[in-house]
Design a protein around this ligand. Structure first.
Ligand SMILES: Nc1ncnc2c1ncn2[C@@H]1O[C@H](COP(=O)(O)OP(=O)(O)O)[C@@H](O)[C@H]1O
Ligand SMILES: [Mg+2]
Length: 261
């Protein structure tokens, strides 16, 4: 028997109106994978993450995690089974404190809020665990501040804190570094490096430095199709991938060098 994949996509397809945005996508991530999903704007990356998280229903194909078919499973149930998409800042409560945001997300997603018999002891334990996570990300000093008072980069770390508190087995990150000033990317990178080794991570990212530093494997999506998939170095050096990027903007995103040809 082959080892069960943490995440397996089989022939996923999705169209919006007449536009096929996801075209027969196959992908496999083992436990502990650090896998980047790259591709030009409009390639269908966010849609793919939506299909995996359960936010979007595919027209055909399957989503499996550790051998379980989750294709028809709700987003909420997928979260409970350990398949988690990083929370977007837009889903944080700006007026609530950092700690409250993390606790709220955990309560909502583990069903703890429903359990009226929840003892004070376990509530305190949960609070301590959330504070530990904030400490790991070096935002414990801001625990009691409203989220809206934090810099954009730090707000994104709150998202990561929520992810850590939910302890996923498979994590989906859609452009974690987007909008973060370069001075704060290092904070994010060190937070990502602290994620548990066995967690499988699929990360959409435009920042090639982050991809290089963090991801062992890369899949390139163009017009909803997998153009290339494999070890990061090989994929990034492949002629077809370089052409796909150079052809569009005349700018080599992998080296940051402008193509003057
Ligand atoms: N809900 C939707 N309805 C219609 N078209 C959509 C929807 N979501 C995405 N699209 C279209 O699908 C294509 C891929 O979008 P997206 O997955 O966001 O790409 P990426 O994340 O790679 O930039 C785009 O052409 C986009 O306009
Ligand atoms: Mg996108």
């Amino acid at each position: 028997m082959t080892a069960m994949l943490a995440l397996e996509l089989r022939g996923l397809c999705k169209s919006f109106g007449g536009l096929q945005v996801t075209n027969e996508v196959h992908l496999g991530l083992g436990a502990g994978a650090r896998h980047a999903l790259i591709g030009p704007n409009g390639a269908g990356k966010s849609t793919l993450v939506g299909l995996v998280s359960g936010a979007i229903e595919p027209d055909s194909g399957q989503v499996l995690s550790f051998g379980r078919d989750l294709t028809r499973t709700s987003l909420q149930s997928r979260v409970k089974m350990g398949l988690v998409r990083s929370f977007q800042i837009t889903s944080l409560f700006p007026k609530l404190s950092v700690l409250e945001n993390v606790q709220l997300a955990v309560n909502e997603n583990t069903g703890v809020a429903d359990r009226l018999w929840q003892s004070m002891h376990s509530l305190r334990e949960q609070r301590d665990r959330c504070l530990e996570i904030l400490a790991e990300l070096q935002i414990q000093a801001q625990a009691d501040l409203p989220v809206e008072n934090l810099s954009y980069g730090k707000q994104r770390l709150v998202e990561i804190a929520i992810v850590l508190a939910l302890k996923p087995r498979v994590l989906l990150l859609d452009e974690p570094a987007a909008g973060i000033p370069s001075t704060e990317t290092d904070l994010l990178l060190s937070a990502l490096h602290k994620l548990p080794a066995e967690m499988a991570i699929l990360m959409i990212e435009h920042d090639m430095k982050l991809v290089r530093d963090f991801c062992a494997d890369v899949t390139v999506l163009v017009s909803g199709k997998v153009l290339a998939s494999g070890k990061a170095q090989e994929v990034m050096n492949s002629a077809s991938v370089r052409n796909a990027y150079l052809g569009r903007s005349g700018h080599d995103r992998f080296t940051g060098v402008k193509d003057h040809a």
